[in-house]
Design a protein. Structure first.
Length: 117
């Protein structure tokens, strides 16, 4: 099993980024997927969740109405569209597989998002 994130970078406040996470080595469409983030000196935070079929999503209050999680099971990829970015969105963003029986069992290597002018 492997999760590979991409799409991070440096963006100005108010800007947008789209993160991608490609899954390999498992039946992608059978698993819910999550995005977490962690800023330096802060606890890891759950950002968004999407069900295996993509019909149910949930967001942290801090990103509601600004971030959108989607998935394309034909491409084994989950996305996080981030709009109206704020400096407090800065951090390492991780893609995570959510197993019904084993919990959060696989994590990607992370992609850095920095929001700064």
């Amino acid at each position: 099993v492997q999760l590979v994130e991409s799409g991070g970078g440096l963006v100005q406040p108010g800007g947008s980024l789209t993160l991608s996470c490609a899954g390999f080595g498992f039946t992608f469409s059978s698993y819910a997927m999550k995005w977490y983030r962690q800023a330096p000196g802060k606890e890891r935070e759950l950002v968004a969740t999407i069900s295996s079929g993509g019909d149910t999503t949930n967001y942290a209050d801090s990103v509601k109405s600004r971030f959108t999680i989607t998935r394309d099971n034909s491409k084994n990829t989950v996305y996080l569209q981030m709009n109206s970015l704020k400096p407090e969105d800065t951090g390492m963003y991780y893609c995570v597989r959510a197993s019904r029986f084993r919990g959060l069992d696989y994590w990607g290597q992370g992609t850095q998002v920095t929001v700064s002018s």
